[in-house]
Write a protein that binds this ligand. Structure first.
Ligand SMILES: *Cc1c(COP(=O)(O)O)cnc(C)c1O
Length: 383
């Protein structure tokens, strides 16, 4: 028997890996020192922070001194986008992003627009991918920053980071990527991909909530404007006492992700294929949202024609997954991502996101697959 309820919402958050918790515990108990204190307790805590910094850097082929800790990818994205925009303003006042970014990127850009910046929102095609020629053409001498996410949180589509990086390098603009969903799941190399800034989140990679990181090595040594002033921690870019426990948690999550990346991928790919082929073999009028090829297998965003996502979720109280139409805050709005790939209101409302991860088991997938199929059939007979 499978333990219920079953968690299939790994894009919203992931469970803490027990190996991560084990590495955090000492910093919540005996090694409680302030990592910025200059004595034995402080040095002990600081040593933990620096090991974590190295583990994060290793996962993305960066140098530890280019990693700063934040409270999560939301803060990292805010710091990257507003920080760089203001650092080079007013000589440059133009930013390029995409219509399918996470809300924290879109809202950071909206704030900049209200402050007088110009923002270009690149569209995506029906697969969820940007047009590289369009990006190239959008860059002007006034462009300071290109911010394009690595892997979409709603539909799992992976942008072509290497090509984007190449264009940004050639045009000498700074390239930031929100990699909250991609880090630890696909190989990332900041040098090979010409990435200047990268946002990372702890709780999307089996680490704790409330911690993230920003990889930061903008060319020409442009220092972003700080959002949080104070004691000057984190190279003066992000003041405040670090939590060694949270840092160790993020660092360990990165270390494990690097070690287990191939194994995790095989496991998740196997489960996703099984669920997908069974669903497509048992039901008519099902579609996968987003590119078939350039995607992460652990994200199955599906349209079940005639079945509202909310109705399916209500029918399946033992299985936790997301309605594709709902915004992150639960507002009953149509997803901007599903709209961007060309779905109409009804199709978006009939979309659900099923997220499979490291801890998902074969039994859970069997149970969930069968019950989803039954529930879709049941709801369709009511029509
Ligand atoms: C979850 C997520 C964020 C926000 O990360 P937090 O650490 O929760 O602030 C940003 N971008 C993407 C793509 C995400 O999936």
């Amino acid at each position: 028997m499978t333990d219920l309820p079953i968690y299939l919402d790994y894009q919203a958050t992931t469970p803490l890996d027990p190996r991560v918790l084990a590495q955090m515990m000492p910093y919540l108990t005996t090694k409680f020192g302030n990592p910025h204190s200059n004595h034995t307790f402080g040095w002990e805590a600081a040593a933990g922070v620096e090991i974590a910094r190295k583990n994060i850097a290793d996962l993305i082929a960066a140098e530890p001194e280019d990693i700063i800790f934040t409270s999560g990818a939301t803060e990292s994205n805010n710091l990257a986008i507003k920080g760089i925009a203001y650092a080079v303003y007013p000589s440059k006042n133009h930013i390029i992003t995409t219509v399918t970014e996470h809300t924290c990127v879109l809202e950071s850009c909206a704030t900049l627009e209200r402050a007088g910046f110009d923002v270009t929102y690149l569209p995506v095609d029906s697969r969820g991918l940007i047009d590289l020629a369009q990006l190239d053409q959008a860059i002007t001498p006034k462009t300071s920053l290109v911010s394009i996410m690595a892997m979409n949180n709603e539909i799992g589509v992976i942008q072509n980071l290497k090509s984007i990086g190449k264009i940004c390098k050639l045009k000498e603009v700074i390239f930031h990527t929100d990699a909250a969903q991609a880090v630890g799941k696909i190989p990332l190399d900041v040098s090979a991909m010409n990435i200047n800034l990268m946002s990372i989140s702890g709780h999307k990679i089996y680490g704790p909530k409330g911690v993230g990181a920003l990889y930061l090595r903008p060319k020409a040594n442009i220092q972003p404007l700080t959002l949080i002033d104070g004691g000057g921690q984190e190279r003066g870019l992000r003041s405040g006492t670090l939590s060694p426990a949270l840092c160790a948690g993020l660092g360990t999550a990165c270390k494990i992700a690097k070690q287990d990346m191939a194994k995790d991928h095989d496991h998740i790919h196997h489960l996703a294929e099984k669920m997908k082929s069974t669903i497509f073999g048992s039901l008519e009028n099902v579609k996968l949202n987003g590119s078939e090829e350039q995607r992460y297998p652990g994200n199955l965003n599906l349209i079940f024609d005639g079945v509202k996502g909310d109705a399916l979720i209500k029918e399946l109280r033992n299985i936790s997954f997301s309605a594709g139409s709902a915004c992150s805050t639960g507002r009953a709005e149509i997803s901007h991502v599903l709209t961007a790939i060309g779905l109409d209101k009804t199709q978006a409302e009939c979309s659900v996101r099923i997220g499979i991860g490291r801890m998902t088991t074969d039994q859970e997938i069997n149970y969930a697959t069968n019950h989803i199929i039954d529930a879709v059939k049941k709801i369709r007979t009511r029509l």
